[in-house]
Design a binder for this molecule. Sequence first.
Ligand SMILES: Nc1nc2c(ncn2[C@@H]2O[C@H](COP(=O)(O)OP(=O)(O)O)[C@@H](O)[C@H]2O)c(=O)[nH]1
Ligand SMILES: Nc1ncnc2c1ncn2[C@@H]1O[C@H](COP(=O)(O)OP(=O)(O)O)[C@@H](O)[C@H]1O
Length: 209
Amino acid sequence: MQRSGLLIIISSPSGAGKSTLARRLMEWDPSLRFSVSATTRPPRPGEVDGQHYHFTDRAAFQAMVADRRMLEHAEVFGNLYGSPAAPVETAISEGRDTLFDVDWQGGQQIRASHLGQQVVSIFILPPSLAELERRLRARGQDSDEVIAGRMRKSRDEISHWAEYDYVLVNDDLDATEAALRAILTAERLRRDRRPALGGFVRKLMEDAA
Ligand SMILES: Nc1nc2c(ncn2[C@@H]2O[C@H](COP(=O)(O)OP(=O)(O)O)[C@@H](O)[C@H]2O)c(=O)[nH]1
Ligand SMILES: Nc1ncnc2c1ncn2[C@@H]1O[C@H](COP(=O)(O)OP(=O)(O)O)[C@@H](O)[C@H]1O
């Protein structure tokens, strides 16, 4: 029997680097599935509907919540965000791991869900708040006002750091990516996540007898 898929949650204050790290992790392991969230936030230049987000309006979003089609959902920076449940259930049954870029509220809800046993959660910290602001500006996507709002919210997000299994300071991007790969590799090798191992060892001992 194949192992069940993992739910890998990455959270951080906006601008700490989680989208960049998620992208790199999926280049390293193309079998990873990215959970494409639904959001009422307007698309940024270059964002593709269905790839970065499912861009939607409030009414459609709320209908999905009412139909219990969201694994979790939350309001962040005045917009609604949520993770559709169906693709996650499919991935788990196929033994594929899913990567989530969600805030602390999403992290709490997924951990508390019926899929909580499958969760590996990682929090990304910036080396400093000054560097966080510099990265938000360097990304060149948001107005001064939006950046100020994200900086104000960053303390809230950071205050949840201790709820996560792993905490990484994203100073050097390559080093952080290497740490993420190591976490994923080790989590996949855990004995309690490998149901086929018992049968393998039994066979090993029979062959030896
Ligand atoms: N709870 C929850 N949070 C989400 C979801 N999708 C994105 N987020 C979070 O919403 C926040 C804003 O995301 P986004 O608008 O892409 O801005 P960015 O993080 O600055 O790139 C981030 O903290 C994301 O992790 C989701 O489906 N559920
Ligand atoms: N370790 C790092 N050092 C320098 N710049 C980084 C690092 N990690 C990410 N960045 C840059 O910071 C900006 C914000 O990163 P992004 O991945 O969009 O953050 P988030 O998804 O957490 O909002 C991007 O321009 C990205 O290229």
